[in-house]
Design a protein around this ligand. Structure first.
Ligand SMILES: Cc1cc2nc3c(=O)[nH]c(=O)nc-3n(C[C@H](O)[C@H](O)[C@H](O)COP(=O)(O)OP(=O)(O)OC[C@H]3O[C@@H](n4cnc5c(N)ncnc54)[C@H](O)[C@@H]3O)c2cc1C
Length: 130
């Protein structure tokens, strides 16, 4: 999501990010995150954290923001385009009745999605077991 935001900024778009957690790109490394945040500050990216998207309308998006005291307040953000980047999950297959050995590695392994190190690790272990 943050990479897409940076791409859109480089192409002249005004970008607002809606994130339900209290931090954008929470899993990003501490070496890369400051660079992303500098980029966002330079381009005046609106950052709506603790804000959960609830609807997409013709005018933009609707969300609910959790305030410091735990209350919830509605938020409306006008926009022309909406990009959804709300996580990833394994894309599995039905292996019922399949007798040949099937090994799932990488994002479909169930270990961890969207993580190249995990993809390499699971593939390495699978290759060693063949
Ligand atoms: C924009 C973006 C940025 C990322 N940045 C990072 C990063 O900075 N650091 C990091 O660690 N990870 C990052 N990731 C995650 C990382 O790319 C993945 O974890 C990694 O590519 C997983 O490898 P994989 O081989 O399991 O799956 P993939 O690389 O997704 O390869 C799976 C392949 O299977 C093909 N396929 C799917 N279904 C079928 C089918 N039915 N038949 C035949 N082929 C099929 C797909 O077309 C695809 O080519 C990023 C991902 C994205 C999308």
């Amino acid at each position: 999501g943050t990479e897409t935001a940076e791409y859109l900024l480089q192409n002249g778009c005004e970008v607002a990010i809606v994130e339900m957690l209290d931090k954008i790109a929470a899993g990003e490394s501490e070496t890369i995150l400051p660079l992303i945040m500098n980029d966002f500050a330079a381009h005046n990216v609106e950052q709506h954290v603790k804000t959960r998207l609830t609807a997409i309308t013709d005018e933009g998006v609707e969300a609910v923001r959790t305030t410091e005291d735990g209350a919830e307040e509605p938020v409306k953000i006008a926009c022309d385009y909406v990009v959804m980047a709300v996580g990833s999950k394994a894309n599995g297959f039905d292996l019922d009745g399949v007798t040949v050995p099937v090994t799932c590695v990488g994002d479909c392994s169930g270990e961890r999605t969207a993580d190249i190190a995990s993809a390499i690790r699971t593939a390495y272990h699978a290759a060693n077991e063949l």
